[in-house]
Design a binder for this molecule. Structure first.
Ligand SMILES: Nc1ncnc2c1ncn2[C@@H]1O[C@H](COP(=O)(O)OP(=O)(O)OP(=O)(O)O)[C@@H](O)[C@H]1O
Ligand SMILES: [Mg+2]
Length: 308
């Protein structure tokens, strides 16, 4: 499957809401890729609450992203840690109170550039909760953005908000036109007085200001294709939420979204985190390991389709 993929793929895992299983999915996908002989780096991009090392069973690391962000002479390569899994590397998040939760713009840009230049097959970014600008920028750096969603209204709502915010930010980054940027800024507020309620409305509005920019943004919107994973499902009804969300995104946002699969609510998962023994490593034959393999299979197929 590998030869059609690009040399390097960046995958971001977000979701808007806290505690939905982002770090669990990121760490286990990393293990699956690494065990398929692909050099993979997991980056703990949860700048305010790093804990990816715990999901992987790595002791509190002595070098972290803080060292890279705070010291210009430190290279990102200098803070890469080995893990117990061959081919799987980790860049751990901040452990200290010096705080890189709110990096300066220049620090963030240096970090994003350095991540994009890492020389491995897969880079997996484990994002923090919420839709802060920094989180959205990590999401937008990726070739593939995945949202982890739980089958409950709050998580679903946050996921939609995340998708919409990320798309609007991408569109805003694509133009320097001050009038268009101001319209996109206003459109981000749901109750804006321009009557823009959806991305499709926004593109139409921009097209009336400048047809060429409208077309350009429309193309960008077609290319924006996030994916979702449902986590902690308890019934077939829960599984179907993924399909409903996919349809709703198409109908209301005019966006194509891929549903990569689901993970059941499974005691083995929380136990795996408590015991610091990742499912993809220690519980390979479990139901959850099978679910994880389906998700990774669909993700790789998806990346392949995108590269063709
Ligand atoms: N499918 C599942 N079945 C049972 N428990 C789960 C499942 N997925 C996640 N959990 C539980 O949810 C907890 C939170 O998961 P995780 O840390 O991956 O979430 P997160 O989205 O990264 O959270 P944060 O927003 O704090 O970074 C896990 O410690 C685990 O106990
Ligand atoms: Mg997390």
């Amino acid at each position: 499957m590998g030869q059609l993929l690009r040399e390097k793929e960046i995958i971001a895992i977000g979701g808007g809401k806290g505690g939905v299983g982002k770090s669990f999915l990121a760490s286990n996908l990393g293990i699956i890729f690494a065990r398929n002989h692909k050099k993979t780096i997991l980056v703990d991009a949860d700048l305010g609450g790093a804990n990816l090392h715990t999901c992987l069973g790595v002791q509190a690391p002595d070098v972290t992203l803080s060292d890279f962000v705070n010291f210009p002479n430190v290279r990102l390569e200098d803070v890469i840690l080995r893990t117990s899994v061959e081919n799987l590397l980790l860049i751990s998040g901040a452990q200290d109170f010096l705080g890189i939760a709110n990096p300066k713009y220049s620090q963030k840009m240096r970090l994003l550039r350095a991540i994009a230049n890492l020389n491995v097959s897969y880079i997996i970014l484990d994002l923090g909760a919420g839709t802060s600008i920094n989180t959205l920028d990590f999401f937008l750096l990726a070739d593939r953005g995945i949202l982890v969603v739980m089958p409950e209204p709050t998580s679903i709502e946050n996921a939609y908000r995340f998708i919409k915010s990320a798309l609007f930010r991408r569109l805003r980054m694509m133009t320097q036109d001050p009038q268009v940027r101001s319209v996109i800024g206003k459109a981000m507020d749901k109750k804006n007085d321009l009557g823009i309620r959806s991305p499709v409305d926004l593109i139409e509005h921009v097209g009336r200001i400048d047809r060429r920019i409208g077309e350009h943004l429309e193309e960008a919107m077609q290319r924006f294709r996030p994916a979702i994973v449902l986590n902690q499902v308890r019934s077939m009804g829960d599984v179907r939420i993924g399909y409903s969300m996919r349809n709703a995104c198409e109908k209301y946002f005019g966006l194509k979204v891929d549903y990569l699969g689901y993970l059941e609510n499974d005691d083995e998962i929380w136990q795996s985190i408590r015991k610091r023994q990742p499912i993809a490593l220690n519980g390979e034959h479990s139901r959850s390991a099978r679910n994880l393999r389906t998700i990774s299979y669909n993700l790789l197929n998806n990346l392949q389709l995108k590269a063709e």
